[in-house]
Write a protein that binds this ligand. Structure first.
Ligand code: SAH
Length: 271
């Protein structure tokens, strides 16, 4: 057994052990933090985060209690093992630790892995759900992920993996067959591959598609097209991660809703 890494057993923990809260930040607008998330961030000794909570939320956390475990200089991700180890280490120092994750901690956020690791190490922890970008991203662009007339189901999938690889974990054929809304996270880079997969699976090239970039951030953008056109739309607009892809009839430009959202003065952006 390596030092410091005992395999659980509460009796082996220091008596003044801290706690870890796996906290969802919501999509980025500070007003969409839960009350509990805001309170925990305020009272935490340390906040471990990556860039996904967005500039507004991160900008409000005092520099001295922030630790960035996202992309390192040079563009490489901090290894997950480092983050796992750091959470345990800080808790054993008696710290109250917030592990702040964009959206909801258990939606494509590796929160599940961190929870398992903490449980194995015998560290007290809690999970604080957040507003996921998978639903909030489309919503703030005027797109309901379900609609009585257009979609009675919605699927949330990762676009990150290569859809042509043999053991693809995402069954695009099956998704196309649902007839419901498909929401793709981490799906900017592989957009050409999975839109082609979906067309091959029988989805109409005219199926509406929307890209919601940096949803609820001050510089949020929405770009719309169809399965046939969306790759060009992405390229022309220069859409970059983080962005949500919404595929299905619900993503058709909903003029009246969009017009209302854009003219709503309460948004405070003078639009
Ligand atoms: N746990 C997060 C998702 C993490 S995976 C959640 O529940 O929202 C990272 C992906 O989330 C990004 O690639 C992007 O697809 C999506 N994402 C997160 N925040 C976003 C935002 N504000 N706007 C658009 N997409 C976002």
């Amino acid at each position: 057994m390596s030092e410091g890494e005992n395999s659980g057993g509460d009796d082996e923990q220091p008596s003044d052990i801290g706690t870890v809260s796996l906290v969802g930040s919501g999509p980025g607008d500070p007003d969409l933090l839960t009350v509990k998330a805001a309170e925990l961030i305020e009272s935490a000794d340390v906040v471990l985060h990556d860039k996904l909570p967005g500039p507004e939320i991160l900008g409000r956390i005092p520099e001295e209690k922030r630790e960035d475990v996202g992309k390192r200089a040079g563009g490489e991700w901090t290894p997950q093992e480092y983050t796992n180890r750091r959470l345990v280490e800080l808790a054993r120092e008696g710290k109250s630790v917030v592990r702040l994750k964009g959206g909801d901690p258990f939606v494509f956020g590796r929160g599940g892995e961190e929870a398992e690791h903490l449980a194995e190490a015998g560290i007290p922890f809690e999970v604080v759900p957040g507003v996921t970008s998978a639903i909030a991203g489309p919503a703030v662009a005027g797109i309901p992920v379900t609609h009585r007339d257009h979609a009675s189901s919605v699927s949330f999938v990762t676009g990150h993996e290569d859809p042509t690889k043999e053991e693809s974990a995402v069954d695009w054929d099956a998704l196309a067959a649902t007839g419901g809304t498909i929401v793709v996270l981490m799906g900017v880079g592989k957009l050409p591959a999975y839109t082609a997969e979906l067309r091959d699976a029988g989805l109409d090239g005219d199926t509406p598609v929307a890209l919601v970039e940096r949803a609820t951030w001050p510089d949020m953008r929405v770009a719309t097209g169809t399965l046939d056109t969306i790759v060009d739309v992405r390229d022309e607009a220069g859409i970059e991660p983080p962005a949500i892809t919404v595929i299905g009839d619900v993503a058709a430009p909903r003029d009246r809703v969009v017009e209302f959202l854009e003219n709503d003065e309460r948004r405070g952006d003078g639009a």
